[in-house]
Structure formats: structure tokens, C-alpha cells
Design a protein around this ligand. Structure first.
Ligand code: GAR
Length: 211
């Protein structure tokens, strides 16, 4: 019996984090994990092209085709079950799913957030807006966080974080690019590997990495 774990990646946009996962997989760096499907909340997400270019199955589940978050979440849960997802990765996925999904995939779903949680996170903090707020505040370091997804936005146990320097003259775009290059594209594949290889222990809301 194979112990390969199906990784389903949820996307909404450009998909550079998906690309980092695809590249890690081709270097043999996802451990027991294999990207088996990419599901997009937007029909025109470039992430879908990246998946197709790499022979990965794609599906679209368009948020505006559903009346509310509960019905969208139920449809997503059904799609994830149908795809036999063992691990679910939010890679620039811009919809907050409710407990219909979170309860079905407890400790199996992770998200990459472009800031050092608990700073600049929660409802309304996504994409470029996160970096706009960090620059407005004048922080000297920002970074990225990979954490477990729970029904509360950006509040699940933290798995990995990486700090990135903020420079005078940064724009939201330059800061976003540096954080992606130096942090997100590195820690997301690392966290996926740790999860696929059962190396993460959660205790009292905190994570510990098994050696
Ligand atoms: C990334 O910076 C990701 O961390 C962020 O959106 C960008 C997506 O880029 N996600 C969030 O803000 C979620 N709250 P990508 O599509 O190129 O991976």
C-alpha cells in the first residue's frame, strides 16, 4: 500500500505559491505528498494555467455561483472529499470557508499569509492590502506565516514563520515581491512537506516539529 498523500491546492490568482509547490515537487521536496488537484475560485486565475502546464488536474468552483458562504463551503467540502484530499493548501485562496469545510479537514488544511501573524491578519487582510497596512504602520520587519486553517480567519496554530526586512522607499508591490521570494515560496513547501510526512504535533494550540 502506498502512503502517498493527495495534496489539493486552492487558488484564486496568479499562483506563484502554487508554482513554488510544483517546483518543490519536481525537486522531490514534498515528501509523501503529491499535488493531485488544483481548485480555483476564479475562472481566469493564472494559477490554473500553471497547473495545466504541469499536467495537474484542475477544477473551478466559482464563489459567485453560490448564494452564500455556507453553500459555497459545502460545495468545496464535497469537491475535496471527491478528490480524496489528504492535505489541503490555501495558496493565495481569497475566500474564507466556514466550519462546513474546516470541521471536515481538521489539522489537514494550511494557509500561507503574507505577514507575521498576529500582525496584519484577519478578515479584510489579504493580498497587497496586507503590505499597504504594514507600510502605513512603518514596521521594520514583516514576513510570512504558514498556519493551520480553522473557522476563525488566520487564527489557527502557526507552523512556520519567516521575517523579511522592510526598506525605506518600499511600495506595497516591492514589499510583496520580497516577502514572496524570501519567505512564502520557501516556507510553504517546507510546511507542506512536514504535514505530508506527519512531522507536526499540535498541543494546546501550538505546533511542534518532530525531529
Ligand atoms: C500571496 O502573497 C499570499 O500570501 C496572499 O496572496 C498572494 C497570492 O499570490 N494570500 C493572502 O493574502 C491570503 N490571506 P499567488 O497567487 O501568486 O500565490
Amino acid at each position: 500500500m502506498s502512503n502517498t498523500k493527495n495534496i489539493v491546492v486552492l487558488v484564486s490568482g496568479g499562483g506563484t505559491n502554487l508554482q513554488a509547490l510544483i517546483d518543490a515537487q519536481s525537486r522531490g521536496e514534498l515528501g509523501c505528498g503529491k499535488i493531485s488537484c488544483v481548485i480555483s475560485s476564479k475562472a481566469d486565475a493564472y494559477a490554473l494555467t500553471r497547473a495545466k502546464n504541469n499536467g495537474i488536474k484542475t477544477r473551478t468552483l466559482i464563489r459567485k455561483d453560490y448564494a452564500d458562504i455556507a453553500s459555497y463551503s459545502r460545495a468545496m467540502r464535497d469537491a475535496l472529499i471527491e478528490e480524496k484530499a489528504d492535505v489541503v493548501v490555501y495558496a493565495g485562496f481569497m475566500t474564507i470557508l466556514d466550519e462546513n469545510v474546516c470541521d471536515a479537514f481538521v489539522n489537514k488544511m494550511i494557509n500561507v499569509h503574507p505577514a507575521l501573524i498576529p500582525s496584519f491578519c484577519g478578515k479584510g487582510y489579504y493580498g497587497l492590502h496586507v503590505h499597504e497596512e504594514a507600510l502605513k504602520k512603518g514596521v521594520k520587519v514583516s514576513g510570512a506565516t504558514v498556519h493551520f486553517v480553522t473557522a476563525e480567519c488566520d487564527a489557527g496554530p502557526i507552523i512556520l514563520q519567516k521575517a523579511v526586512e522592510v526598506f525605506d522607499g518600499d511600495t506595497p508591490e516591492t514589499l510583496q515581491k520580497r516577502i514572496m521570494e524570501q519567505a512564502e515560496w520557501k516556507i510553504l513547501p517546507m510546511a507542506v512537506r512536514l504535514l505530508c510526512d506527519d512531522k507536526i504535533v499540535i498541543k494546546d494550540g501550538k505546533t511542534y516539529i518532530k525531529s
